[in-house]
Design a protein around this ligand. Structure first.
Ligand code: ADP
Ligand code: ZN
Ligand code: ZN
Length: 699
């Protein structure tokens, strides 16, 4: 009788392997889920990542696996390999990669134990069969209906640049990273769709990543209209954090059973268990939301490239404002650039104008030029958009007499004044959610003349309401879209043109197609110009191009008015010309001199404690460990001094960080792996919580 073990990925935050003995009654395979004992009489679900002939676990400590779950086919080797790579690259235990990406019913032990006799998969299958039966009966009993072809059902005639892009991508049958650099409105979507169509025609499947959950309905409709008539109604599945557990499980089943051919979704979709993939598309590849900010801090864009390489297929990264990392790769020839330089429809890019607010007095935050431009649009029956990346009424409440300002009791930040029609005014902390009533007098000096300082979206909405009492104004930000389904509703109204003026935060900037929009007003962009983060200008430029690009997609003579105190700044000067390449070249030059990414690689260790001194002490200790115990590994590695974060305290926890940098990624990874093992061994139960982020975006 063969004696053997399996290595099981468990969602347990321990930097160690979990090996289990296989009893003679069971025969688990790699990629199968199993139930194993853990701790005191506890059972949990894990995934088998390897079959082992031997184990380091002493005989008296060995435990048997309890059950093999075979309600799903095993995950494929390539899928497990992807998860293993992600774990290794992002320096996390494998279980923290695999388990969180599974739909909750597949990893919840209670779904498989206790009273239930059927598994969640079986229950879902039964539900699907019932629904199908009902649909069939309904179909047989109804009067025959003629279906009208939908807006996106036929492909468009491509222009030359689009055609070349589609041809190049479709003809590529090996690994290659394409950067589709297309100005806003240049028809990148149609390129994706036609390249995708080619791959489906070859019998392949496709992963299509979008940065934002709010963009999925728009793309889902387009994909369904175009591909469901050809490949059946289960061809397109969506994956994002807004799905119910049941819907996530359903999407998963359709992928694993190879009914789904297209997976559309946010960053988590890069872990889709789709087989036979022929192409991966990453739309708006520069977008920061591809980076997960907790748990496994991965970049879905970077994993997309790895997965394409693993599967020897092409991957297309699309953007009007590529990340400087990707742009630099096109300059060195690592990526192939495909360009769309014209708008696809007979419209032009909007005319951008800078309004110098040092010279022109503002009327409640708005310049006279902007007010009259909005007025003009209202007369013409066109839509305007005011973009301001700050929600709430005013960023802070202030006393005019003693200069007291409203602060969060748990964080080192101001509380934001919230005040909108029909709701009592409150002060809210945007970091920890702390909410309190607005005092009627200054808590310091008793003065009653306290008021909001500065402008947020709610205040601009109110100002516009006074200026244009007959206009239909809609605010779209995290506050107005809190209820489930409300964002979709607001966007549908705004897209169709039912709204005269849209006021919103970055939620309105990305990817949306507003039919009647011909004016964009931008307030407060300067705030990000000097924020200290070396990526701030890159992010600002992308945001400004994105939001400007919403204007005039269907209408001529569109305009963008940007209010700024620094009209001569070279970022704004490049923006005026819609010149991404100029902006990129200036910024890359600065990065090169400062040896910042993409000319170096970074890892960030963040530490959290009750007192920031403890966090700093911890980081200093581990630096000392590196310097004293492993000097050989430190060659070519730069360890910076630990520093407190800009916002030191959030929810009563204080934070500090340590940046590690190198010009060699291999060296950096090698050092990190060994170092973190030591840190882990040394601090088995650290007082300080710490986490590690590879390729951090915010430093
Ligand atoms: P973006 O590059 O910003 O993603 P879109 O893909 O949204 O641009 O395209 C902008 C508009 O141009 C859409 O309304 C799209 O239907 C239209 N469009 C794209 N390609 C063509 C084409 N070849 N002919 C006509 N219209 C096109
Ligand atoms: Zn006061
Ligand atoms: Zn707070």
């Amino acid at each position: 009788m063969r004696n053997y073990w399996v290595r099981v990925a468990l969602d347990i935050p321990l930097e160690t392997f979990f090996d289990y003995h296989v009893p003679t009654t069971l025969s688990p395979q790699r990629g199968q889920r199993v139930i194993v004992p853990f701790g005191h009489q506890k059972q949990i679900i894990g995934v088998v990542t390897a079959i082992l002939d031997k184990t380091d676990i002493p005989l008296d400590k060995q435990k048997d696996i309890i059950q093999v779950l075979d309600d799903l086919p095993p995950f494929s080797d390539t899928w497990i390999d992807l998860c293993e790579f992600a774990a290794k690259y992002y320096l996390r235990p494998i279980g923290e990669v695999i388990l969180p990406v599974l739909p909750p019913p597949l990893r919840k032990i209670t779904a498989y134990t206790g009273k239930t006799t059927s598994s969640p998969v079986e229950r879902l299958d039964k539900k699907i069969r019932n629904q199908q039966k009902k649909a069939q009966q309904k179909k047989q009993s109804s009067t025959h209906q003629a279906t009208t072809p939908s807006a996106h059902s036929t492909s468009l005639t491509l222009n030359t640049e689009q055609r070349i892009a589609v041809e190049v991508i479709s003809q590529t049958q090996h690994f290659k990273t394409f950067l589709l650099h297309g100005i806003t409105g240049s028809g990148k979507t149609e390129v994706y769709l036609q390249a995708l169509a080619q791959k489906l025609a070859e019998g392949k499947s496709v992963i299509f990543l979008v940065p934002e959950i709010n963009l999925t309905p728009q793309f889902e409709q387009i994909l369904k209209d175009r591909f469901c008539p050809l490949y059946g109604e289960n061809t397109v599945v969506t994956m994002h954090s807004g799905l119910s557990d049941g819907d996530r499980l359903l999407a998963w089943l359709r992928m694993q059973r190879q009914e789904a051919k297209i997976v559309l979704g946010t960053r988590m979709s890069i872990f889709a268990p789709l087989e036979n993939i022929g192409l991966i598309i990453v739309d708006e590849e520069h977008d920061a939301s591809y980076k997960q900010q907790d748990g496994l801090r991965y970049s879905a864009r970077d994993l997309a490239i790895w997965r394409a390489k693993q599967l020897t297929i092409p991957v297309v990264l699309g953007s009007a404002t590529p990340s400087l990392e990707s742009w630099q790769h096109t300059l060195t020839g690592k990526y192939e650039k495909l360009c769309l330089t014209q708008r696809a429809k007979v419209t032009h890019l909007p005319h951008i104008k800078l309004i110098n607010t040092k010279k022109i007095p503002l009327n409640q935050g708005l310049s006279p030029d902007l007010i009259s431009a909005i007025d003009e649009r209202l007369q013409r029956g066109e839509q305007s958009m005011i973009y301001l990346n700050r929600r709430g009424f005013s960023p802070v409440l202030r006393c005019s007499s003693c200069s007291w300002t409203s602060e969060c009791i748990r964080c080192s930040v101001h509380t934001v004044l919230h005040q909108s029609a029909g709701k009592p005014a409150t002060l809210q902390c945007h970091h920890c959610g702390y909410t309190t009533r607005v005092p009627y007098k200054c808590p310091e000096c008793g003065n009653q003349d306290i008021s909001g300082l500065g402008y947020g979206t709610q205040r601009i909405e109110e100002v516009l309401g006074h200026l244009f009492p007959h206009a239909k104004i809609q605010r779209i930000d995290a506050d107005s879209t809190r209820l489930k389904g409300s964002a979709e509703k607001l966007f549908t109204e705004a897209h169709s043109g039912d709204v005269d003026i849209i006021v919103g935060t970055q939620m309105i900037a990305k990817g949306h197609d507003f039919k009647r929009l011909s004016l964009v007003g931008i307030l407060n962009a300067d705030m990000m110009l000097f924020s200290g983060d070396f990526r701030a200008p890159e992010r600002l430029f992308a945001q400004l191009i994105q939001v400007s690009g919403r204007a005039g997609r269907h209408l001529p003579d569109a305009e963008v008015l940007l209010q700024t105190e620094f009209p001569d700044h070279n970022l704004y000067q490049s923006l005026l010309k819609h010149d991404y390449a100029e902006f990129a070249s200036t910024t890359l030059e600065e990065r090169k001199i400062a040896k910042l990414p993409p000319f170096s690689y970074q890892v960030l260790i963040s530490a959290q404690a009750k007192k920031v001194e403890d966090a700093i002490d911890f980081l200093k200790t581990i630096i000392r460990m590196a310097k004293e115990d492993m000097p050989d590994y430190l060659e070519g590695i730069q360890l910076y001094d630990p520093i407190p974060l800009k916002i030191i305290r959030v929810a009563n926890i204080e934070r500090a960080q340590l940046l590690i940098e190198s010009e060699s990624r291999t060296r950096l990874h090698h050092f990190m792996q060994i170092w973190l093992q030591r840190v882990y061994q040394f601090f088995r139960t650290p007082k300080v919580k710490y986490f590690v982020e590879v390729d951090p975006l915010d430093i």
